[in-house]
Design a protein around this ligand. Structure first.
Ligand code: SF4
Length: 475
């Protein structure tokens, strides 16, 4: 019977059905970091258990690591202690730790793919919501909680329900100045933050066929923001080219066998879906969020929606969003003064994200507005190394951006990079929840990296197509 990739991967990893109606699902890869693993290791010790497959478990430090300097001991004693716990746990249980001193550290969802650990047809889990990123390779990847981290360390398995599958096809061409970030913000805007509950999202169509792996990762990363448990793109030649030669990718004769196996995991042409959504790429504009959920967004130049335009049940949240964000319905978000600009995170902290910004910045003499603090934070040390090799660090500094070390930085602000007071931040990250960027009254506007750069230069939310004179982009 024809099956989707989700069904094939799920069936291939299902150990047995459980009385609860769930399945015991074997995890091919378990990624861990310093925030959600310490308690899990403590629980293992309390029960006298070990890690069943240390060779399938890999660790990094990302949330707490400062980005102005990674030198030890970390200035924040609690962060230093968390890092030491991770180091000790990895050493004791035989887990590979990608340490800052080895030049391998980075955000967990950036390093997994760049090292070739993330591969098609895999089941992947990590104690972080944005594990859905890895679905860009045709893997089924879930974020899990601390007690599940313990379960996977001990058994390499999770109890999981089988999800429905929604295919989201984006056809046609994106206009210049419209990016993968706009595509996923548009999808979430259209389907809502709860729209994906109970679903895996399969992204497809011409736009995804043309997307690079990094663009696919940007979209899959935010599947969870649309309520989907995971999101994926079927693997293809772009996937295999990306993986070829990476450190943990199969090599030699194993490579050909792997590609044949990966091809067999693609959704069958006549696979049946529980739902299909079709989107015309030409309808998508550069999107900016105006509220406190990633679905509360609008095209940059459009008037913000009035509360009356929402269903009655949604209006309290809309009112709450306008109060918190101090924005006005009926006027565009464009022109709103910003305080901080942040380009980085596991959504948009990869080489191509910075490359696209540099393409518009370089040689134009453009400068960050004097009142704006602007951060460039590479998603990994390898990304940072590549940006420096290309001379992008100098271009960013010349334009007035602060070029930092690798980490999660201001995405979650579990490190010194935080908003202060009610500062407004143009951000390439993935969540605009209240207080997400470190200040209980701090405000976040999600947008693409190029739009963040445009806002940094204009000193206010701006249409990047105007700021950078992007031809053919205007509506
Ligand atoms: S960049 Fe943000 S979303 Fe991604 S892993 Fe770090 S804190 Fe989580």
């Amino acid at each position: 019977m024809a099956r989707t990739l989700y069904e094939k991967v799920f069936d291939a990893h299902a150990v047995r059905p459980l009385a609860s109606g769930q399945y015991q699902l074997l995890m091919g890869l378990h990624l861990i970091h310093e925030v959600t693993s310490p308690q899990a290791f403590s629980m293992l010790r309390e029960r006298g258990m070990g890690v069943l497959y240390p060779e399938r478990t890999f660790a990094t430090v990302d949330h707490i690591i400062p980005t102005h300097s990674q030198s030890r001991p970390l200035a924040d004693a609690m962060a230093e202690e968390m890092l030491q716990h991770l180091e000790r746990n990895c050493a004791e249980f035989g887990i590979h730790f990608f340490a800052p001193t080895d030049g391998e550290q980075g955000i967990v969802h950036v390093i997994g793919p760049e090292l070739g650990l993330t591969q098609p047809g895999m089941t992947i889990c990590c104690g972080d919501s944005h594990t859905s990123t890895h679905g860009a390779f045709g893997a089924i990847a879930f974020g899990i909680g601390t007690s599940q981290v313990r379960d996977v360390l001990a058994t390499q398995c999770l109890a999981m329900e089988k999800l429905k599958v929604r295919r989201i096809e984006v056809s046609g061409h994106l206009r210049p100045g419209v990016y993968a970030k706009d595509v996923i913000l548009w999808i979430i805007h259209r389907l809502g933050v709860q729209g994906g509950v109970g679903y895996a999202y399969e992204y497809a169509g011409e736009v995804f066929d043309r997307f690079s792996m990094e663009e696919r990762m940007t979209v899959c990363n935010m599947s969870i923001e649309g309520g989907a448990r995971c999101g994926y793109v079927n693997p293809d030649a772009t996937t295999y080219e990306y993986l070829r030669g990476r450190r943990f990718a199969p090599a030699g004769s194993a490579w050909d066998r792997a590609v044949a196996s990966w091809e067999s995991m693609r959704s069958d042409p006549d696979a049946r879906y529980d739902d299909v959504v079709r989107i015309d790429a030409g309808d998508i504009e550069p999107i900016v969020t105006w509220g406190i959920t990633p679905a509360q967004s609008a095209p940059v130049g459009a008037p913000l929606p009035t509360p009356a335009s929402f269903a009655e049940a949604e209006r309290p949240l809309v009112h709450e969003a306008y109060r918190y964000m101090q924005l006005t319905p009926g006027t565009p978000v464009k022109g709103t003064r910003i305080d901080v600009a942040f380009i980085g995170s596991c959504t948009n902290g990869r080489v191509s994200d910075f490359e696209e910004v540099v393409r518009h910045l370089a040689g134009r003499g453009l400068k960050v507005a004097p009142h704006v603090k602007a951060l460039i934070v590479p998603g990994s040390q390898a990304v940072r190394h590549e940006l420096v090799r290309r001379g992008y660090d100098a271009i960013f500094r010349e334009a007035g951006f602060d070029f930092r070390e690798a980490g999660c930085s201001m995405c979650l602000a579990m490190n010194p990079d935080k908003l202060e007071g009610n500062q407004l931040c143009a951000s390439s990250s993935n969540r605009n929840f209240k207080g997400r960027q470190g200040s209980p009254t701090g405000r976040t506007l999600l947008m693409s990296p190029v739009m963040v750069a445009a806002a940094a230069i204009a000193g206010e939310v701006a249409d990047a197509r105007d700021v950078f004179a992007i031809e053919g982009g205007a509506a």
